[in-house]
Write a protein that binds this ligand. Structure first.
Ligand code: NDP
Length: 240
C-alpha cells in the first residue's frame, strides 16, 4: 500500500486513476479545484483535497496536509492540465503563460515541494502525464505542445538528478482519451479565433475536435488509468 497524491483528480484520466488506485488498496489523495466533483470519489475511499496548481501556497498547504496525516508521500502523479489551443498570432501571451503555469510551472512547484520528503524517505516515484503531443504537434496546438515537449525534457532531466536518491521518474504519453480535455481545447480555439487572422480554419478545427471528443473515436480513460496503475507498481518505464 502506497501513499499517492494525484492531481487533476476531479475528472477524466485523474478521476478514473484515483478510483482504480484506491480500489487496488492504496491510500489516495485526489487533488483539484472542483471539490464538488472530488467529493464523489469519497465513496471509493479517495481523500479529496483542494489544489489550485497555479498557486504555490495551495501546493504547499496540500503537501503539508498529507505529510501531517501520513508522514510520507510515496508517489506523486502529476496529471492536472488543459489544452490551450489557438493560432500563435491570435492567442494572447497572457493565456500562453497561463498554459505554462498549469501544465509546467505548477507541476514543477508541486514536484519541488514533494522531493525533499522523497529524498528523506530514500524512495519515491513521480509519474508525469505528458501526451503523445509531447512528441509531435497538431494544428493550432502550439502552446499546448510546447508545454508537453517541455515536460518531456523536464522529466528526463529530473530522472537523472533524483536517481541517486532512490526516486524514479516515469513519463506517460497518452493518445486521444475521451475526456473534457478535447472540448475545453476546442472552446479555447473557438474563443481565440473570434475575429482573428485564422478564424475560418480555427473554427473548422474546433468543430472537428468537438466531434472527435464527443464521439467514439477516443479511448476510454479507464485504459490509460490501467497504464498509470502499472507505472505505480513497476520499475522505471516510459509508456505511451
Ligand atoms: P480533464 O479536463 O478531464 O481533466 C483535467 C484535470 O486537470 C481536472 O481534474 C482539472 O481539475 C485539473 N486542473 C486544470 N487546471 C487546474 C489547476 N489550475 N489546478 C488544479 N487542477 C487543475 O482532462 P484529462 O483527464 O484528459 O487530462 C488529464 C491530463 O492528461 C492532462 O495533463 C492532459 O494534458 C493529459 N492528456 C490528455 C489527453 C486526452 O486526449 N484527453 C491526451 C494526452 C494527454 P479542476 O478543474 O477541478 O481544477
Amino acid at each position: 500500500m502506497a501513499i499517492i497524491l494525484i492531481t487533476g483528480a476531479s475528472s477524466g484520466i485523474g478521476y478514473q486513476t484515483a478510483e482504480l488506485l484506491a480500489q487496488n488498496g492504496h491510500k489516495v489523495y485526489g487533488a483539484a479545484r472542483r471539490m464538488d466533483k472530488l467529493e464523489k470519489l469519497k465513496s471509493v475511499g479517495v481523500e479529496p483535497i483542494y489544489l489550485d496548481i497555479t498557486n504555490e501556497e495551495s501546493c504547499r498547504k496540500l503537501v503539508d496536509t498529507i505529510i501531517d496525516n501520513e508522514g510520507q508521500i510515496d508517489i506523486l502523479i502529476n496529471n492536472a492540465g488543459y489544452g490551450s489551443y489557438g493560432a500563435i498570432e491570435d492567442v494572447p501571451l497572457e493565456e500562453a503563460k497561463r498554459q505554462f503555469e498549469v501544465n509546467l510551472f505548477g507541476l514543477a512547484a508541486l514536484t519541488k515541494l514533494v522531493l525533499p520528503h522523497m529524498r528523506h524517505q530514500k524512495a519515491g516515484r513521480i509519474i508525469n502525464i505528458s501526451s503523445m503531443g509531447g512528441r509531435f504537434t497538431t494544428y493550432f496546438g502550439a502552446w499546448y505542445h510546447a508545454t508537453k515537449y517541455a515536460l518531456e525534457a523536464f522529466s528526463d532531466a529530473l530522472r537523472m538528478e533524483v536517481k541517486p536518491f532512490g526516486i524514479d521518474v516515469s513519463l506517460i504519453e497518452p493518445g486521444g482519451i475521451k475526456t473534457n480535455w478535447g472540448l475545453i481545447a476546442a472552446d479555447h480555439l473557438a474563443e481565440s479565433a473570434k475575429g482573428g487572422t485564422y478564424e475560418e480554419a480555427a473554427l473548422k478545427t474546433a468543430t472537428s475536435m468537438r466531434k472527435q471528443y464527443s464521439g467514439n473515436m477516443m479511448s476510454d480513460p479507464k485504459i490509460i488509468s490501467k497504464t498509470i496503475s502499472k507505472a505505480v507498481s513497476s520499475k522505471r518505464m516510459r509508456a505511451r
